[in-house]
Structure formats: C-alpha cells, structure tokens
Design a protein around this ligand. Structure first.
Ligand code: ADP
Length: 437
C-alpha cells in the first residue's frame, strides 16, 4: 500500500515536471539540438536523474547525462514510443532499495507530434523512508501481536482457573462434602454460575441436615420405648417369684410402650408418604359431615378427660382434598387440644370466609410459649417433652397436619388466645360445587 502511494505521488510530480518541459518547448515548430538546448536552459532545476528530448523519429536532441550522452542516437524506450504515438506514459518500479520512475509526453506543434520529452528519476531517499516506515510497522505489529497473545493467555488462564475451582467444588459436593463452596470472585458469568452452585449446595446441605436430624430423632424416639420394654421384660425375667400384681403392672406398661411404638411408626409412615410426593387425586370434600363424624369420635375422648367439646359449623364448606386428610387434620388438632388443656373446654368452628374454608380449634390450656410458636410444626418438636410423652404424643402430629394442609394449597397457624389457651387455624382454598364426598 505504501509503495502504491509513492508510485502515485511520483506519477503526479513526474508528469507535472514533464509538462513544464513540454510547455517550454511548445512554441517551436521543429525541434533541433540548438533550440531544444536553449529552451531547456530556462527550465528550473527539477532534481530528475535524466531528461531526454527526442525529435518526432525518436532521435535524441537533448540529454542531461554528460558521460555517455545519447544525443544523436535513436532511443526507443517504451515510454518514448508511447509519447511519439501521442500518449502520456509513466512507469515506476521499486527494486534494490530504489524507486525508478519514468515519464514521457509528446511535444506537439499544431497538433503534430514533433518530438517527446522523457524524464527518469532514480530515488533512494524516499525508498529509505519507505523501508523505515515498513520496518517500524512490522515492529509495531510484532509488539501488538505479542501483547494480544500475552493478554489472551492471561485471560484464558484466569478462566481455566475459575472453571477448575468450580469443577473441584462440584466434585466435592457430589462426593458428599456438602459444606464445600466454590470461591469465585468477580461478576462474570462463571462467578454467577459459582454463586448459583453455592446456593444449590446450601439447599442440599439444609436438606441433608434435616434428613440427618430426622433420622437421629426418629431412631431416638423408637429407642426410648424399646429400652423401656427391654427393661420391663428383664425385670420380669430376672425377678424370682414376682407377685401377680407387679407382673400385670409391668406387662401393662409393656403394652403401652408397644402401643406408642406403633403410633410412632404409623406417624412416620404417614410422613414418608407425604414426603414421597405421591398424592391421591383430590376430590371435592364437604367438610361438615367429616367434622361431625370426627366430633362424635373425639367426644368419647373428651368425656374420658372430663372436657367439654363443642363445635359450630356452617354448611357448604367444600375443599379439594381427600376425606381421610380432612379427618386426620380435624382429629389431630382436637386430640392435641384435649390432650394439653387438661379438662378445659375445647371449641371447634368451621366457616367460609373470603374464598377460604376456615377451621379453628381453640382450647383454654397452657398455650404455647411465643418462642416455640414458629417451631411446633417441625418434626419431633415438642414444647415440653416429658408432658407430651406422658400424654402419649409422638411430636409428629402437627407436622403431619401442616404437610397435609400445605399439599392442597392451604395454611395452618398457631396462636395464643387472650385469656389463656391456644388456637390453631387451618385455611383451605374453598372449592366450588361438584359432587361432594
Ligand atoms: P405431640 O405428639 O407431642 O402432641 P404435635 O406435633 O402434635 O406432637 O405437637 C407438637 C408440640 O406442640 C406438642 O408437644 C406441644 O408441646 C405443643 N402443642 C400442640 N398442640 C398444643 C395445644 N393445643 N396446647 C398447647 N401446646 C400444644
């Protein structure tokens, strides 16, 4: 490109020089050595290496070269031939560190070609400039190339390093080290993937912690009645001549513990079913008949405890669930109320409010300490372990209620009543019409 630029500038300058010479010869009707020499004498110094002026046949009349002058000879350079044919000619080449440029133009008199002017320039200065420019460009390109290469290597190393840190974290978590986190700084996409992975690992760890706690709580709960049974059987077996009365008492205790074991396993099975995600298709359930049936059953328990169990209900409370689920929710909450209120009154109410079916179970028992309120729906969580156990509780009832209600889009909450006691409120989305079961 730079060579071409030089070629073009040479063409302009050479041709204008040649035009100046042609102009100084333009008044002549015929060219000969004398009048050409006289005309050329007034042409300013052009800096050209050689100038030739020929007549119409190509015979040299004027030559600036002193040694080996071509005056008197016929010189038929391609450019001179072109000029004698009436055309301007120019050629330029770059070889061995020099520009060689040739330009020629015809000399006319009354539209007749009477000769030609030929100029030749041998230029090493511009060639040196060009070479300097080219080698500078080459050096700059090399430096830029090396910088780009180094920068892309640095970038790719940083990227590879981040990816390998992420991969290590994935591997560690996959092998069970749930507490391992990917530490990737920055705000690029890989750092974002790292953050997403970390929050995934957080969830995994929470789930894993909950699973571990559940397994250890469950085995602890199962171990307690089993240990009691072993203790009681050992006492019976190791005591010679144990009286009938004591033996009966011990066997009755064994029976109670066994009953408790079966309650816990039943509750655990129920929770496992809820966890498995396999849910029965919901149907439209009319809550009132289910409530009435549950109340008939619970009134026997209330009688036994000397509690007064009352209920009020509206008709047309329909929910999308199954009959068994609704029954279980009502009986678990009523059973708790009777269990913890020790002979106090228990009121159950069912009504429809703002598109929801609201069931509330209120008692006048001890209530629940505010600090424990958010936790009582957790598995095996009990406010007073000894009291719950003595009352035959498993610590799973409320979590079964909560899971059962939530899977159908409902909510359950516990609160303390002013004047003492607690109230549990379940809200199901109300169902419209259908054949209620
Ligand atoms: P449990 O089998 O021990 O009753 P739940 O899951 O049903 O287990 O209840 C969890 C805990 O919540 C109970 O241990 C008890 O401390 C508290 N609780 C539940 N219902 C009531 C209530 N009506 N009054 C006071 N405390 C209650």
């Amino acid at each position: 490109m730079s060579q071409n630029m030089v070629f073009r500038s040479k063409e302009t300058t050479m041709q204008s020089s040649v035009s100046v010479m042609v102009y100084s010869l333009s008044g002549l009707d015929r060219l000969n050595e004398e009048n050409v020499a006289a005309a050329m004498a007034v042409v300013e110094e052009t800096g050209l290496s050689r100038i030739l002026v020929t007549d119409g046949a190509g015979k040299v009349l004027y030559d600036t070269r002193e040694t080996g002058s071509a005056v008197g000879n016929y010189v038929l350079y391609a450019e001179i031939v072109q000029a004698l044919m009436g055309n301007d000619a120019f050629s330029c080449s770059y070889r061995n560190g020099a520009f060689r440029s040739r330009a020629s133009s015809p000399v006319l008199y009354q539209n007749q070609i009477i000769g030609s002017v030929y100029a030749y320039e041998y230029d090493v200065e511009q060639a040196a400039l060009l070479e300097g420019l080219q080698s500078n460009l080459l050096r700059i390109s090399a430096v830029v190339g090396v910088c780009v290469l180094a920068l892309s290597m640095l970038l790719s190393m940083a990227l590879t390093e981040k990816i390998s840190r992420l991969m290590t974290a994935i591997r560690q978590v996959r092998e069970g080290a749930y507490s391992h986190r990917a530490e990737i700084r920055g705000g690029d996409e890989i750092a974002q993937i790292g953050d997403a992975f970390n929050s995934l690992a957080d969830r995994l760890q929470t789930t894993e912690d909950a699973r571990r706690r559940f397994v250890s709580d469950a085995s602890h709960e199962l171990k307690t009645p089993l240990a009691a049974i072993r203790l009681l059987t050992d006492s019976i077996l190791q005591t010679d001549n144990m009286n009938r009365e004591t033996t009966r008492e011990f066997v009755a205790d064994i029976g109670m513990e066994a009953e408790r074991l079966s309650r816990i396993t039943e509750d655990l099975l129920q929770l496992t079913k809820l966890d498995s995600g396999i849910i029965q298709a919901p149907v439209v359930v009319d809550v009132l008949p289910v409530l009435e049936q549950a109340m008939r059953m619970m009134s026997l328990v209330a009688q036994e405890k000397g509690s007064e169990l009352t209920f009020s209900a509206e008709e047309g409370c329909l929910v999308m669930a199954t009959r068994d689920e609704v029954h279980q929710v009502i009986s678990n909450l009523t059973d708790n109320a009777l269990k913890y209120s020790a002979g106090g009154p228990v009121q159950v109410s069912l009504r429809k409010r703002h598109g929801q079916v609201v069931l509330s179970v209120a008692d006048r028992g001890p209530g629940i300490p505010e600090a424990d309120l958010p936790r009582i729906f957790e598995r095996f969580y009990r406010v007073d372990k000894a009291r719950s156990r003595a009352a035959g509780g498993t610590g799973l009832g409320l979590s079964i209620v909560s899971d059962t209600v939530k899977r159908r889009g409902g909510t359950v909450e516990a609160a303390n009543r002013s004047g003492g006691g607690s109230v549990f409120t379940v809200r199901w989305p109300a169902a419209e019409g259908g054949d209620a079961s």
